[in-house]
Design a binder for this molecule. Structure first.
Ligand code: FES
Ligand SMILES: [Fe+2]
Length: 323
C-alpha cells in the first residue's frame, strides 16, 4: 500500500509516498488531466489514483495505466518525479535552478541506523527567516556569549532576562567557537564549539559540539558531554520565501538516553533563544560586520556556492500548485 503525504517545501507542492518495496518517491501532485491536486489521494494500492476522475498512475513508470472511459492513454499524461534520496531517516529532495545533477551524495550516519543506538526524540519549529541567515549562526561566534551562554541551554527565550540573571550567579560560562570550510570537499564545512562551565566558582566541566554542514540545509551534530556522545541530524528546509522549518532528531546509546533527552531539550531551548531574533520576516540585507567577524563573511562566501544564476530570489512570485 502506498500512502501519499502532501507537503509544501522549497515553494513547491509535492506528494511523497512509498512504493510497495519501501522506497520513497517524490512527485509533483498536479494531475496532468485537469490539474487538480492528487496529493490528497490518500491510500492507494500499487498505483496512484487521482481522486477526481480515478485515472491510475503506475508507481514504477509514472505513466497512466488505466484511464476511466478512454480507449487510448494520452502520451503526454505523465507525472513529474522529483529527484530524492532517503538517508538517515530523512527524505532529501534535490533542486537545481539549471537542472544540474548533484555533485555530492549524503552518506549514511551509522549512529542513526545501527544497532546499539536508539532514536531519542525530535524537535521541530517554523521560523520566518532566510535559510542562510539561520545557518550562519554557526559562524556567528560573538552571539554565543551574549545570547546563549548565560542560559546554559536550561531555559528558552527568557526575553526579560529573569533566568539569565539567576543562572549567572550559579555558574560562569565561557564559550569558544570556530567555523571553517572543509579543505577537500567544497560542499562541507565544520563548526566547533567548546563551552567551559564553572559552577559555584569550584566545579568545572567542558561540553564540546561539532557541526558538520553538508550542503545548504543539512547538519550532523556530535555533542560530547561528560564522556557521553550524543548525535543529531538537523534539517533546515525552506518552505517558501522567508519561512524555514528546522527539524532536529537526536540519537544515542540506550544507556545515554537521559543525556540524550537533556541535549534535545537544550537544543530546543537554544532554538527558542534564536527564533525571536531571526523571525523578523524582512528580506536579507547587506551585513555590516566588523573585522573580528570575518567568519561570518567567509561563511557567506562558502554558502554562495549553493545559489546559481536562476535561483529563486525573494521577489519571485509564489508558485502555484502546478509549477
Ligand atoms: S483531474 Fe485527475 S483524473 Fe481527472
Ligand atoms: Fe544561536
Amino acid at each position: 500500500m502506498a500512502v501519499f503525504t502532501y507537503i509544501r517545501v522549497l515553494g513547491k507542492n509535492v506528494a511523497v509516498f512509498r512504493m510497495p518495496d519501501g522506497t520513497a518517491q517524490v512527485v509533483n501532485p498536479c494531475c496532468p488531466h485537469l490539474r487538480v491536486n492528487m496529493g490528497l489521494a490518500g491510500t492507494t494500492k500499487t498505483y496512484i489514483e487521482c481522486p477526481s476522475h480515478g485515472w491510475q498512475l503506475d508507481g514504477d513508470t509514472k505513466k497512466w495505466n488505466n484511464i476511466q472511459g478512454a480507449e487510448k492513454v494520452p502520451e503526454l499524461a505523465e507525472v513529474q518525479t522529483l529527484r530524492s534520496v532517503e538517508v538517515n531517516h530523512i527524505i532529501f529532495l534535490w533542486y537545481h535552478a539549471e537542472g544540474e545533477e548533484p555533485p555530492y551524495e549524503i552518506q549514511p550516519l551509522k549512529e542513526t541506523t545501527s544497532e546499539g543506538y536508539m532514536y531519542v526524540g525530535r524537535f521541530e519549529c517554523l521560523i520566518d527567516a532566510h535559510i542562510e541567515d539561520m545557518l550562519q549562526n554557526s559562524a556567528d561566534n560573538e552571539h554565543l556569549g551574549v545570547l546563549h551562554a548565560s542560559k546554559m541551554g536550561l531555559v528558552g527565550a527568557d526575553l526579560d532576562g529573569f533566568w539569565s540573571k539567576w543562572l549567572s550567579l550559579l555558574a560562569k560560562v565561557t564559550p569558544k567557537s570556530s567555523w571553517e570550510p572543509d579543505a577537500d570537499n567544497p560542499h562541507l564545512s565544520w563548526s566547533r564549539f567548546e563551552v567551559l562551565v564553572k559552577l559555584f566558582k569550584k566545579i568545572s566541566f567542558t561540553s564540546r559540539k561539532q557541526l558538520k554542514h553538508i550542503g545548504p540545509g543539512y547538519i550532523e551534530v556530535t555533542t560530547l558531554l561528560a564522556k557521553t556522545k550524543i548525535y543529531g541530524t538537523v534539517c533546515v528546509t525552506p518552505i517558501g520565501p522567508l519561512t524555514v522549518r528546522t527539524t532536529l532528531r537526536v540519537y544515542g546509546r540506550p544507556s545515554h538516553i537521559l543525556m540524550g533527552r537533556f541535549i534535545l531539550r537544550s537544543f530546543s531551548n537554544i532554538f527558542e533563544q534564536d527564533a525571536p531574533i531571526w523571525s523578523y520576516g524582512k528580506p536579507r540585507l547587506q551585513l555590516n560586520v566588523v573585522k573580528e567577524e570575518d567568519a561570518l563573511v567567509n561563511f557567506r562566501r562558502w554558502y554562495s556556492q549553493f545559489y546559481s544564476k536562476n535561483s529563486f530570489s525573494l521577489d519571485c512570485e509564489q508558485r502555484n500548485i502546478c509549477e
